[in-house]
Design a protein around this ligand. Structure first.
Ligand SMILES: [Zn+2]
Length: 192
């Protein structure tokens, strides 16, 4: 089960809890408490939706990189230098924290070659260096872990690695594909 999915489910639970609290306060006639609960529930709803959309984007990116459902791998070109030697779909990890909350999640999946694998992760590592530490207790732990992962070349997704963990909502089809074979996309599993 991917960390991203666990987090989106976690935020859904919080949203439902605070909605329930708001309803209880409505019944009790405590309208101030009720509006507070609604605001917090709305906040968690937004976070939950954002996480799910990110899952869908990752899925779409992965399908493009790996050639979709056919099992046929596209010839990948490094998005930094254009080389086609030893190119893998890679994602780099970002950690940020606020007090008791720490998030660690992969960024966009892109084709990166072996030679570019360190430099491609630097923006993610720099952001993590600034924003990662400030949560207790997981901030420092996940900061070190993200930096370690990025300096080892990020998360590499091979054809065999992405596993079905959850059916994410289909990404909004903007232009390219005909809507004929709409299958529920699969969220890639990240191992970091
Ligand atoms: Zn390259």
């Amino acid at each position: 089960m991917s960390r991203a999915f666990k987090q989106s489910a976690f935020f859904l639970v919080l949203e439902v809890l605070f909605l329930g609290g708001a309803i209880i306060n409505l019944v009790k006639g405590d309208y101030l408490e009720m509006s507070g609960g609604l605001v917090i529930a709305a906040f968690f709803g937004i976070v939950h939706t954002a996480r799910r959309e990110k899952d869908a984007r990752d899925t779409a990116a992965l399908e493009t990189l790996l050639g979709g459902e056919t099992g046929e791998t596209n010839r990948l070109h490094c998005c930094r230098c254009g080389s086609d030697a030893r190119v893998s779909p890679r994602a780099y990890v970002v950690t940020y924290s606020l007090l008791l909350y720490t998030s660690m999640s992969p960024g966009a999946i892109r084709p990166i070659c072996h030679r570019c694998r360190f430099r491609a992760g630097l923006p993610y590592s720099l952001f993590t260096l600034v924003a990662g530490w400030w949560g207790f207790p997981w901030g420092p732990i996940l900061t070190v872990r993200a930096l370690y992962r990025n300096f080892r070349g990020g998360v590499v997704l091979t054809e065999n690695r992405p596993e079905v963990v959850v059916a994410a909502p289909p990404p909004p089809s903007s232009a390219s594909e005909p809507a004929a074979d709409k299958k529920s996309p699969e969220t890639p599993k990240f191992d970091y």
